[in-house]
Design a protein around this ligand. Sequence first.
Ligand SMILES: Nc1ncnc2c1ncn2[C@@H]1O[C@H](COP(=O)(O)OP(=O)(O)OP(=O)(O)O)[C@@H](O)[C@H]1O
Ligand SMILES: [Mg+2]
Length: 315
Amino acid sequence: MEGLHKNKVIFVGGKGGVGKSTSSAALAVAFAKEGHRTLVVSTDPAHNLGDIFHKKVNHEKTELLENLWGIEIDPFHESKRYIEGVKDNLEGLVKSKMVEEVHRQIDMASASPGADEAALFDRLISIILEESEHFDKIVFDTAPTGHTIRLLTLPELMSVWIDGMLERRKKINDNYTQLLNDGDPVDDPIYDVLQQRKEKFAAVRKVILDPRLTGFVFVLIPERLPILETEQAIRKLKQHDLMVQTLIINKVLPDYADGEFLAKRRKQERTYLEEIREKFKEQQLIQIPLFEEDVSDMNKLKTFSSNLSEGVKAR
Ligand SMILES: Nc1ncnc2c1ncn2[C@@H]1O[C@H](COP(=O)(O)OP(=O)(O)OP(=O)(O)O)[C@@H](O)[C@H]1O
Ligand SMILES: [Mg+2]
């Protein structure tokens, strides 16, 4: 975790089922054990932080262990909260006669594809911007790869989109000013709301683009498809100037696993491990063994967690 030690915000990504949630939880436990105030956040709609810690985790901070808190972002709840916020924002901006119609339109928009994602994203931004001062470490357990990449590149896309909107409104406002012919710029609350959102996106982009503040960890298992997917994800994130510094190679067969069957698997696994070392020279690699059982309780999680810490120190 050497590289990760300097980071405040850590995103854990990877293909479905490779061990993202387990790794996020284990990483968070390791940080908390070292005395860092740590927050672990699940952004995957199919949550399992609660299952891992055997505690009900909801959309507000829940204490899990000493120095460790958890949040499961609930897309439905966030969507509702987000829509209420949008309505509040518009209150006073539109004529009272139109309020009902505008609310109807917003309700319809909130049922459209992408609305939950926008709400989830809004919460994610708020957590990064607002909780940073309360925590030393914020670990994000993300949904499988494609979703995460979209989420992480949204601030960039949204900034471009908002810039376009701002420009259009500015033109309209300038026209008004000319029309009124008094030279005073017109008050435009919508312009101000857009401007505020733009500033929020810019602030969050600054955090996730700063390698001293934010780290990206990918979890993979030594098999063909996870290797390919990791390669693509790293390339894609790089295009957006986001650098993946750490790879957790999970479920590596331990040496003591015996039998002919496992010997065969191990042989194949060696080839993949070599391929991983070959392909991912820019990343720090941490190897975690396959355990006899699922990582389903605190004791097993602690074992996983110390493996994670030691794997790093061994390098
Ligand atoms: N090293 C390991 N040894 C044994 N079992 C493991 C190991 N790592 C993870 N597991 C188990 O594998 C399963 C999948 O792990 P996990 O839920 O962390 O994956 P995920 O990447 O978060 O999955 P999803 O994409 O569904 O969110 C879990 O049952 C977990 O306990
Ligand atoms: Mg998961």
